[in-house]
Design a binder for this molecule. Structure first.
Ligand code: MG
Length: 215
């Protein structure tokens, strides 16, 4: 039984789509020009940084008087409300599980937020387990987080695959422990010369199919 490690945001769940939808509404509400969307997306950087920094940047740009905490809560609440599990993604996970793969999410983020996302979308029902960086005290690409994932599932990392969208956190992390990986390109080109994904796919369903075909 091989282990299948998966990133959460922008791999199993479309966080970018949820952020973009909220950002578009928000910009309309403050009367900002539509081209500010690119600015807001770059400030958010796929949630890599802190939501507090995003809130502060927004406050400053639009001269908003509301407290940063209100904006932070709005962003978090809106993302939570808008993110959905694609039923076909759930289906692909179920097929992989039936074929003997053990799907475990490995995600960088806050425990409360990530667990709420897993449960609210129903994704928790399709996973053997999940490892959240805040909970275990290490972040991808640190090899330790993948070792913890294997320990929790009582499995070995040998034979495991990782599916993820982040070149550094996911593919760099997998390369660091000699694990095979599928990179979700999301329209980007691979530009890291030090390591490379085993495969590239345009979505998680295609990525799961690639992994299953590898056996
Ligand atoms: Mg991700």
């Amino acid at each position: 039984m091989p282990l299948l490690l998966l990133s959460l945001d922008d791999t199993l769940l479309d966080r970018a789509g949820a952020f973009r939808a909220w950002a578009t509404d928000f910009l309309g509400r403050v009367g900002a020009p539509a081209y500010d969307l690119d600015w807001l997306l770059s400030v958010d950087a796929d949630g890599m940084g802190s939501t507090w920094d995003v809130a502060e940047a927004i406050k400053e740009r639009y001269g908003l008087r509301e407290a940063a905490i209100d904006l932070v809560e709005e962003i978090r609440g809106e993302l939570m409300g808008r993110v959905r599990l694609d039923p076909l993604t759930a289906c692909a996970l179920a097929i992989a599980e039936d074929a003997g793969w053990v799907p475990v999410v490995v995600t960088n983020g806050e425990t409360r937020q990530q667990e709420e996302k897993l449960r609210k979308t129903g994704l928790d029902r399709y996973l053997a387990d999940w490892i959240i960086s805040e909970d275990v005290g290490v972040r991808k690409p640190n090899p330790r987080i993948f070792a913890i994932a294997a320990e929790r599932a009582r499995m070995r990392l040998g034979g495991a695959w990782l599916i993820g969208d982040s070149p550094e956190a996911d593919i760099g992390g997998a390369a660091g422990v000699g694990m095979r990986s599928v990179w979700l390109h999301r329209g980007r080109r691979w530009s890291e010369p030090r390591y490379a994904p085993t495969r590239t796919a345009d979505g998680v369903i295609a990525a799961i199919a690639e992994v299953m075909a590898s056996r």
